[in-house]
Design a protein. Structure first.
Length: 67
């Protein structure tokens, strides 16, 4: 897996992901939607940590300047 998530994109994903996880845990949404928010937050956080997004590969997007 070649990195395709760059610096600013990575920070936005990390902060947004952690915010979605917190929002889901704190019960800011109705029952099924808090799970959806936590799963989406986990995906955003994971892609920020590993610097790779499978959807970016499919659509040919690369926000990483190192490549």
């Amino acid at each position: 897996m070649k990195a395709n998530v760059g610096g600013i994109d990575r920070m936005v994903r990390l902060l947004g992901g952690l915010a979605l996880i917190a929002f889901g845990l704190l019960g800011g949404l109705a029952s099924p939607w808090n799970i959806v928010a936590m799963v989406a937050g986990a995906v955003f956080t994971l892609t920020a940590v590993i610097k790779f997004c499978p959807l970016y590969t499919i659509f040919g997007i690369n926000s990483c300047s190192a490549n």
